[in-house]
Design a protein around this ligand. Structure first.
Ligand SMILES: *Cc1c(COP(=O)(O)O)cnc(C)c1O
Length: 403
């Protein structure tokens, strides 16, 4: 036995078990998902696609990849699916490379308004190699102003409009975005990384039926293994597949694809819908509770698993809030709020998500405790160790299956 490995793993188990994860992009994959990802499919090279591999011995990995593809098609109602991207970022990279040349204009929401790094940030490949022009959220409502987006798109005349975000707590109106894309003759590309679980459960407006191409991660609200996914209309299938392999990647991670197949099955169950309903009701309740304590909820509310909280009312920064909460066992990340006046390392906000705690079966009773603890820490009105022991107790009452 590798004692060093075991020791670190045990520490991480303890950490996961005893803390409350409110990071909006994290979740707990089921034991079945983790078993599939830890399976012997990791031993197999399978460059290519089912039926057209560049290696022998692929008869069963072909079956597992086809199973994953069929289940994803069924779950999301997609025409074409590629399950090979190693991550969300790589799914986006493959889509851009399949669809754009460096001159084409792509409209997206910038990082500091809730977009992702891969949506044209200057420090990312997307901003370096592609020509992104940004739309913004409205200064007042802090939400997408669809009319403004429409007018801007008419002027800019982009090749594509990218939607789907990383720090945007409200429902996205994909029907409206589709209308704007049609009217301006732009491709509709959606990155549903954060909301794919809600969409699978039909608790968020659907983008797959409207968009030309949809990318996703599989490990956020969808609760699968860490990985990426591309869904598209048939007419983009060849370009996308070629772009993923041989364009961007070598051998697919067949163990992860096996785990994706398991996760897609789980996500099509009644239990999963029940779970996503809990995710939503927990987020609503937590937003309400925090608002009652004078914390400003960005956009005033949430329709998703995510809440953006402006902590500046308390005279503190997002960085300070993140550190203090983390020390008390409440794990969140700092986040810029729209039109933030503080630099990104400091930020005025924190991002909170309920996907992980809901997987532990936490409901309104736990939300009451969590919200009290958050305020106790941020107002510095209770000793950190007292709050921490309350958090550990709550966490232990809702164990995660980590075996
Ligand atoms: C998380 C996220 C990604 C990137 O996923 P990784 O697997 O971390 O590369 C891409 N786009 C959006 C909108 C995301 O939220």
């Amino acid at each position: 036995m590798d004692i060093n490995f075991q020791e670190i793993l045990n520490k991480e188990k303890l950490r996961q078990n005893n803390s409350i994860v409110l990071i909006a992009s994290e979740n707990y994959a089921s034991k079945s998902v983790r078993e599939a990802q830890g399976s012997i499919f990791t031993n197999k090279y399978a460059e290519g696609y089912p039926g057209e591999r560049y290696y022998g011995g692929c008869e069963y990995v072909d079956q597992i990849e086809e199973l994953a593809i069929d289940r994803a098609k069924e779950l999301f109602g997609a025409e074409h699916v590629n399950v090979q991207p190693h991550s969300g970022a790589q799914a986006n990279m493959a889509v851009y490379s399949a669809t754009f040349d460096s001159q084409d204009i792509i409209m997206s929401l910038p990082l500091d308004h809730g977009g992702h790094l891969t949506h044209g940030s200057k420090v990312n490949f997307s901003g370096k190699f592609y020509n992104f022009k940004h739309y913004n959220v409205d200064r007042e409502s802090e939400q997408i102003d669809y009319d403004a987006l429409h007018s801007q798109a008419k002027i800019i005349n982009p090749k594509a409009i990218l939607s789907g975000f990383t720090a945007y707590p409200r429902e996205i109106d994909f029907e409206k975005i589709n209308f704007i894309c049609k009217d301006t003759d732009s491709l509709m590309i959606v990155d549903m990384a954060h909301i794919s679980g809600l969409i699978a459960a039909k608790l968020h407006s659907d983008c797959v039926k409207y968009a030309d191409i949809v990318t996703s991660t599989t490990h956020k609200t969808l609760r699968g293994p860490r990985g990426g996914l591309i869904l598209s209309k048939n007419k983009f299938s060849k370009k996308i597949d070629k772009s993923v392999f041989p364009g961007m990647q070598g051998g697919p991670m067949m163990h992860t694809i096996a785990a994706k197949a398991v996760a897609f099955q789980e996500a099509s169950s009644q239990n999963f819908i029940k779970y996503q309903k809990l995710v939503l009701s927990n987020a609503k309740l937590l937003a309400e509770k925090l608002a009652r304590e004078d914390l400003r909820i960005v956009t005033g509310d949430t329709d998703t698993h995510m809440i953006l909280v402006d902590v500046s009312n308390y005279g503190i920064t997002g960085k300070f809030a993140e550190d203090k909460l983390n020390n008390a066992g409440i794990i969140v990340n700092r986040n810029t709020i729209p039109y933030d006046t503080k630099p990104p390392r400091v930020c005025s906000g924190i991002r909170i998500g309920t996907a992980a705690i809901s997987s532990r079966g936490m409901d309104s009773e736990a939300i009451n405790i969590i919200s009290e603890c958050i305020v106790d820490i941020l107002k510095q009105r209770k000793d950190q160790e007292i709050v921490k022991s309350r958090i550990v107790k709550l966490a232990q009452k809702h164990p995660i299956n980590l075996d």
